[in-house]
Design a protein around this ligand. Structure first.
Ligand code: ADP
Length: 478
């Protein structure tokens, strides 16, 4: 199925080429159709308007002194032939001007036609015309009256008949010339569109095929490829996106490699301890002391918590975590955790204080909330300074309660502050403090607080200590 699809797909080059050629052919066909259909009509209308103008000019100057020269000039100007008649009686005409091409030559002696033209044209007293179209000749007739007494324009007068004719079929030579030009234009247009479509498709497809070649190397885990951000806007935008996707992939790949190294290291340390101590206790009965047994138990607990952390993170991030929200006492959860730590740290000179301003209840998943408090306190203890002191503070402000975990440790630099919430992120990359954790704690905290819709953050000063905090909406005060 996939292969079939692949076969049916045309390359960009071919698609652009086909579209351009199709467009050019349509345009050429339209131009040919136009010239076939409309050349004659356009030619006719041009001729009609010139013959009308010529007739008006001649009629208006019919009493001019040098009528012959005037008509000769006008007929040449408008490319028409003319005959002018003076009406001397019923059906009697005197030809006072005639071109050699004048149509009247054809009608010579045919007074009947001239009479009918005159009658039709004269019906309207002023300039009346009777155009007679044959297939390729247009005859245009106009009557004009010169009054005998110019003071009485409507009185007696001498009538004249102006007959103009012209060819309205486009000359064969012109038609052939236009056709030849069109043929040359068609060939040039097809060649030009081929060249343009080739150049256009190359400018689009070349960077794309380069990109696709490079993208293939991504599948072979080569994340050092760089996509050139050149070419048309969409192509260079694609390159930019691919570059940032590659950078992300590289980062992810590095993090994952680092994670595997870290986890293997974290797993190996307790495992080595467990197997080492077990072997010693097996081979030397004197070494079977409660202290040595305790080491094996502690290391097993570490392994357990590491595996649990990993599971929690993957559950939280995959979104399969179902929250069991209930109204619970936040103060009690924090207090219990602090107390448990107090016990644990009794012999290690750590001091942990809980400052509370009364009991508050919040809507939360107790197990998850406990993980948040546990992780923050655990970090504070792990990273606190010489005074080995950690303060956990609860402050109620209106309907919001804030829990802060304050330590006096080495603090976190400003550039690392936004990064510590990331999965597997450890400021201390060298991993010399394997005892301290997996780099998953704050990612767990962040994801749980996000699921609760809580605000949270950290303020820290290098050398002075850090304060991690989160807030919940107060459901009720105890
Ligand atoms: P870890 O298991 O390494 O403690 P976390 O996700 O809990 O992982 O913390 C991520 C990193 O943030 C730690 O490796 C540490 O560098 C830094 N960090 C967390 N809490 C503190 C703190 N209270 N003081 C200084 N640095 C801290």
């Amino acid at each position: 199925m996939r292969n079939e699809n692949k076969k049916q797909r045309l390359s960009i080059n071919l698609q652009i080429f086909i579209s351009m050629i199709a467009l050019t052919l349509v345009i050429i066909m339209l131009i040919w159709a136009f010239q076939m259909l409309f050349l004659k009509t356009i030619f006719e209308s041009v001729k009609e308007s010139s013959i009308e103008k010529a007739s008006v000019d001649i009629a208006e100057n019919i009493d001019s002194d040098d009528l012959n020269a005037y008509i000769a000039r006008k007929t040449e100007e408008y490319d028409v032939s003319a005959s002018v008649f003076k009406i001397i009686g019923q059906n009697s005409f005197e030809n006072i001007y005639a071109d050699e091409n004048s149509t009247i030559i054809t009608y010579e002696g045919n007074e009947e036609i001239l009479s009918s033209w005159f009658n039709s044209a004269a019906q309207d007293k002023s300039y009346v015309y009777v155009p007679i179209k044959s297939s390729d000749e247009l005859v245009y007739v106009r009557t004009v009256k010169i009054p005998i007494d110019p003071a009485i324009p409507d009185g007696e007068g001498v009538w004249y008949l102006v007959v103009l004719n012209t060819d309205i079929a486009p000359p064969a030579g012109t038609v052939i010339a236009i056709r030849n030009m069109l043929a040359i234009f068609s060939v040039v247009a097809i060649v030009a569109s081929t060249i343009v479509s080739y150049a256009l498709s190359r400018s689009i497809s070349l960077p794309l095929s380069k990109m696709s070649k490079k993208a293939k190397s991504l599948t072979l885990y080569d994340y050092d490829v760089k996509f050139e951000e050149k070419g048309p806007r969409e192509v260079s935008e694609l390159a930019t996106s691919l570059n940032s996707a590659t950078a992300e992939l590289k980062k992810l790949n590095d993090t994952q490699k680092e994670l595997i190294a870290n986890i293997s290291h974290d797993l190996r340390t307790p495992l080595t301890m467990i197997s080492g101590y077990s072997e010693v206790m097996r081979d030397f009965p004197d070494e079977r002391s409660p202290e040595n047994m305790q080491i094996i138990i502690d290391e097993t607990a570490r392994l357990n918590s590491l595996v649990n952390d990993l599971l929690t993170v993957s559950k939280l991030q995959s979104g399969t975590q179902i929250m069991d929200l209930k109204v619970i006492s936040l103060t009690r959860v924090v207090e219990d955790t602090v107390k448990r730590y107090e016990k644990l740290l009794e012999h290690k000179e750590y001091k942990i204080f809980f400052e509370s301003d009364g009991e508050v209840f919040v809507n939360a998943d107790e197990t998850r909330l406990l993980q948040v408090v546990y992780n923050l306190i655990n970090n504070a203890i792990n990273y606190t300074g010489e005074d080995k002191t950690v303060i956990v503070r609860q402050e109620i402000k209106g309907d919001v309660v804030r829990i802060s975990v304050v330590d006096s440790g080495e603090g976190i630099s400003e550039e690392n502050l936004p990064l510590i919430w990331d999965r597997y992120y450890k400021v201390d990359k060298v991993h010399k403090r394997a005892v301290l954790g997996t780099g998953l704690g704050l990612s767990i905290v962040k994801n749980i607080l996000l699921l609760h819709g809580s605000r949270f953050g950290v303020s820290s000063e290098v050398g002075k200590g850090s304060t991690f905090w989160f807030e919940f909406k107060v459901e009720k005060n105890g």
